[in-house]
Ligand binder design. Structure first.
Ligand SMILES: Nc1ncnc2c1ncn2[C@@H]1O[C@H](COP(=O)(O)OP(=O)(O)OP(=O)(O)O)[C@@H](O)[C@H]1O
Length: 705
């Protein structure tokens, strides 16, 4: 039986220039097939097609007699050892951890794995097995990559330039090993190499040009045919003599002799392999039964690899887990706090020198000086109510002077107090029937820098409060009921209070966003990391299933979420002085759901592409949309109608309400905003995971070019 059979394989990336052009190739069991050809002639494409990573436009490929279906793991996946051209290793793992990882995803027996590990490390001179892969030389990394392809004692080895960067002694050792293995254990090898001389040691040699094999024979036959001493000369001659013909063949869809016959038309020199193939078939059936679709061993190997990778990359933990939390802490410290150290100008037309006020107030011991409701210098009492925690008062001699200073943005605003302030205010407290219009003229004009909205609002509120305080004291002094100044309409609250800190109302939205972002970032980075560098493809080729991958990622995210929630709990317990009225378990579980929603969104997005720049941007865009539309900073009722429809569907809007209602109103699961929030997130998680599962099933492999 042949180990690999390629028949009429055609593949083009751009519909115009076929990379494989009706190519036929046979790798016989127990032989080495050396595939050589100029760079870009399609060797890697051919190997990828044999592994099911590339879809043929036409033609068939069989591995161990079974048809290769694009994107479908072969039943024989754990019998194939694949070494890609790039290193395709996890840089954070040590040599030993790497080989254990591959051994375990191939579901090897532990005793056998240990023995193979020692044997292969010895063969490939991998002495310091505890050295991390990213600390190895280029050649060292390639040796580990080769070791990973060999660890499970495969029946077929597919090697894409395995000896690049290795010294000649080691190359010799590897070739000796390959030749011995094909002889002793019937292993079949297909190997691409740029060292043409190496290919002379293979049983078969194929020269590939323009998507077809120009020659396909035993190296000795090729040398004899051309009457040359080495393959290099033979291929040079072949290229010169056949190139134009080959190109012509390519366009006519005809191809050169395939491996079923030798270059000169004689039959294959490996026609005696039928007895061996029967033996292999029996072995295959036994080993096939051992491979499980969901195996604990594979799960543990994938999980361990991720944990080690994350542990040895603290930067990733920082940015994905701690960054959003740090953002949260900063938010608590920076948002909603009253501004301090503001400066405000005062033009007091009642008194020529503002400094006089402090002397005057001291002289009256800060008490109103008259019980008969006749006062002087009342502006000083009013100004005294504007404390330094509101603003520092700076005196100006004239309106123009203060205005200039305000326009030059040296002060946030200024007050201009009328010269008849005391007289007009006092009159207001006297006989109301007798009041004339001039009493109602503005007594204090306030000018504020409204470009700075928060500061202007803060000053406005504080100035009103200062005036209210001053006025109430005055009413008392005039033996009038201080409630006289109150509006007959009273506004009360049933949740929250008027003095509550603005930041407390923002906290639910903030935490929802921080948790969601953490989930997104963590899954994006964790999956993107595993999908870059070729390890992902190697893992899939090893037969690891989509359910195994998704379940490992989800478990990891679940654990990272628990860690995050504990940190979050500590932070809120330390920094957040507001009361959590509702059930803390419901709140905790809800936060977990938010995180899992973020994670499942991250999983889905990172399956669509493994371009890190796109992924990072996607994470930020999702975060930006979630933050802007959720209504946490500004009510969604203020949004245009079409945005409101969008806002209610995103996983931050209703969840913000849910968290607010648990924290501040103590609602339980019977309230629609609580079970609605859970239902929305549940739907998101289910949808995202289904889509991820489906996308992964459709496009398992990552594009390496
Ligand atoms: N994913 C892809 N999309 C578009 N073109 C591709 C893709 N992969 C490979 N190609 C093109 O197909 C051709 C064959 O590439 P391939 O990697 O198979 O060559 P190769 O013989 O293995 O080269 P080398 O010896 O340099 O590794 C090249 O021209 C390459 O640019």
């Amino acid at each position: 039986m042949n180990s690999i059979e390629v028949r009429g394989a055609t593949l083009s990336y751009d519909q115009k220039n076929p990379v494989l052009n009706g190519l036929d190739l046979t790798v016989q069991t127990g032989s080495i097939y050396g595939l050589i050809g100029p760079s870009g002639c399609g060797k890697t494409t051919l190997l990828s097609s044999i592994l099911g990573m590339k879809q043929l436009d036409s033609g068939t490929i069989k591995v161990l007699g079974q048809k290769v279906v694009y994107e479908k793991s072969s039943k024989f996946s754990n019998m194939i050892g694949y070494m890609p051209q790039e290193t395709a290793l996890v840089p954070e793992l040590t040599i030993k951890e790497t080989l254990n990882y591959f051994g375990n995803i191939y579901q090897m027996n532990q005793i056998l794995l240990k023995q193979r590990l020692i044997m292969i490390c010895d063969l490939l001179e991998l002495n310091d097995v505890n050295k991390q892969v990213n600390h190895l030389s280029g050649g060292g990394k390639r040796r580990v990559s080769f070791a990973a392809a060999l660890i499970h004692d495969p029946k077929i080895l597919i090697l894409d330039e395995p000896t690049v960067g290795l010294d000649s002694i080691l190359r010799e050792k590897i070739w000796t090993f390959l030749i011995d293995s094909t002889k002793s254990s019937n292993m079949s090898v297909i190997i691409t190499t740029h060292y043409i001389a190496e290919a002379e040691r293979s049983n078969y040699c194929g020269l590939m040009i323009n998507g077809v094999l120009l020659a396909d024979d035993h190296p000795k036959n090729i040398l004899a045919k051309f009457g040359v001493l080495n393959l290099e000369e033979a291929f040079l001659a072949l290229c010169l003599s056949k190139k134009s013909k080959a190109e012509g063949c390519a366009s006519n869809g005809v191809h050169f002799p395939n491996s079923a016959s030798t270059f000169d038309g004689s039959n294959s020199i490996h026609a005696d392999d039928s007895s061996n193939s029967t033996k292999i078939n029996e072995n295959i059936i036994v080993e096939l039964d051992k491979r499980k679709t969901f195996s604990g061993q594979t799960f543990r190997a994938l999980f361990k690899k991720e944990v080690i990778r994350i542990r040895r990359q603290p930067g990733e933990i920082f940015f994905t887990i701690l960054f959003p939390l740090i953002k949260g802490i900063l938010f608590i410290y920076t948002m909603g706090k009253n501004p301090k150290g503001l400066s405000i100008g005062v033009v007091n037309n009642e008194i020529s020198d503002i400094n006089y006020c402090s002397e005057y107030l001291k002289s009256t011991n800060y008490e109103f000086n008259n019980s008969s409701c006749n006062f002087e210098n009342l502006s000083c009492y009013f100004l005294n109510e504007i404390r330094d925690d509101t603003a520092v008062k700076i005196g100006y001699n004239s309106f123009d002077e203060a205005y200039k200073s305000a326009k030059a943005a040296r002060i946030y605003g200024f007050l201009s107090i009328a010269s008849n302030f005391t007289e007009a205010i006092t009159k207001r407290k006297s006989d109301w029937q007798a009041l004339t219009d001039d009493v109602f003229l503005d007594q204090i004009d306030v000018y504020l820098d409204h470009e700075n909205l928060q500061i202007a609002s803060f000053l406005k509120l504080r100035l009103f409060k200062a005036f209210e305080k001053f006025n109430k004291k005055l009413l008392q002094q005039c033996d009038l009921n201080e409630k006289l100044e109150d509006s007959p309409m009273s506004i009360e609250t049933f949740y929250g209070d008027f003095d509550s800190d603005y930041v407390k109302t923002l906290i639910p939205a903030l935490f929802i966003q921080a948790i969601l972002l953490s989930g997104i970032l963590f899954s994006l980075s964790s999956i993107a990391q595993s999908r870059t560098g070729g390890v992902w493809n190697r893992t899939i080729i090893a037969g690891v299933t989509v359910s195994e991958i998704i379940s490992v990622q989800f478990t990891l995210l679940f654990i990272s979420d628990i860690v995050q929630l504990i940190v979050l709990k500590i932070i809120t317990a330390t920094l957040y002085d507001g009361e959590i009225v509702g059930n803390q378990w419901i709140l905790g579980f809800f936060c977990l759901m938010v995180y899992m929603t973020g994670s499942s969104i991250g999983i889905f997005v990172s399956i669509l592409t493994n371009n890190l720049l796109i992924l990072n941007t996607a994470g930020m865009v999702i975060f930006f949309f979630g933050g802007s539309l959720c209504g946490g900073m500004w009510p969604i009722e203020g949004q245009p109608k079409f945005l409101q429809y969008l806002s209610v569907t995103i996983p931050t809007t209703l969840p913000t309400v849910t968290v607010k209602n648990i924290i501040a109103k103590g609602f339980d699961m019977s309230h629609e905003t609580i079970y609605g929030g859970f239902a929305l997130l549940g739907a998101y998680i289910a949808t995202m995971l289904t889509l991820s599962f489906w996308s992964l099933k459709r496009t398992k492999f990552t594009e390496q070019h």
